[in-house]
Ligand binder design. Sequence first.
Ligand code: GLU
Length: 476
Amino acid sequence: MLKKPEPTFRESVDLMFNRAVALMDLPPGLEEKIRVCNATYTVRFGVRLRGQIKTFTGYRSVHSEHMEPVKGGIRYATAVNQDEVEALAALMTYKCAIVEAPFGGSKGGLCIDPREYEEHELELVTRRFAYELAKRDLISPSQNVPAPDMGTGEREMAWIADQYSRMHTTDINARACVTGKPPHAGGIQGRVEATGRGVQYALREFFRHADDKKKAGLQGTLEGKKVIVQGLGNVGYHAAKFLTEEDGAKVIGVIERDGGLYDKDGLDIEGLHRYISQHGGVKGYYSGEYVVDSRHLLEEECDVLIPAAVEGVINMNNAERVKAKLIIEAANGPVTAPADDVLRKKGTVIIPDMYANAGGVTVSYFEWVKNLSHIRFGRMQRRQEEARHQLLVDEINRVLGEAGVEAKLSASFTEAYLKGAGELELVRSGLDDTMRTAYQAMREVWHEHDDVTDLRTAAYLVSIKRVAESYQAKGL
Ligand code: GLU
């Protein structure tokens, strides 16, 4: 029998969507309206570089406008194509719905290998791409708000914000046209770490539920859990860093472009990350065993596998051999639909992308709100909060003194208690709350419906229901 080919990324997303929607009772036709991408814009533009004109191809896809602005990153990679951008835009719709970020879904991409260009060249290309999108309202604080994704970061977002401002000189909200900007250029504290931080908060929440751990064959806390991470980029690095430094997990494997590293006693993430940025890969790092064919590391025994690189890495070819008990999709679409079927049947628990990596867009939402309100979070309350805490500390110490008790509240407690929350603390608190609440909504569906056997289907059910309600409330 001929083996079926692997579906494309967008087909995979649609297959998973269909699986969930089959369990729902939506008004006829609404299912299709939600599934399809509303529009995808392709642009080709020329930039004069190194004495010649170089033509670039870029995309911005809008999946659903049930809420506006629509939101989603801009990716720089040579493999960017329409199918991928549309799949990613669809995931943004579901992602925003699950974490209750009031946006529709969108995504953009530019076919470019940013490593091949100098900074000033990238600036020219980015500004031109931003111009092309902004003039069609595909960048706009009220209509479409991009953010970083693979191959882009704070620097590109600052250029985009500036380009938009130059084109809309009287728009007081111009800075809200893009998120993921540097803090000194209208950004927010904690945005760079946000997606990795969200992965940590998601795992912490998962480990709070005995029933869920049982389904994955896990127990206890994150302490000592064996983790393998694919991709030590922004998301993978932060997730690995926080899980090892703050939760006592052990990263026994790291997979990178040029190979993998394995160390059963755990790798030093900070050191390795520094090494990768200096040498461009993991080969030659002083600790761990270097594995040339790093794909095998995806199939290694571990408690938690974190694919944090590109889509489609767990597919029909390797799904059967993947031994991780729990997979948390820090990347978008790392598991194809057929691989998802295989893993589900094997009993592997998957915390799905649309929830697992939603930390980025959650903090983007905070940044957008900050830009529109023109004030830093915590600016009004911080000192007042500290003054109230001081009152309480003074009163407790006074009462203790009057009662003749020698002891006072300790200096370390007093210091920690007195400190009012700054922007970073507030962002982390908002993100933690978001990740917990969204997980609980998902797990409720997972546990309460007999025909929902996995978290991905549960996630789709929660988000599709919210999108459908929004369409039903406001019309199409
Ligand atoms: N590119 C990120 C994602 O895929 C962030 C999107 C955003 O912050 O709007 O979720």
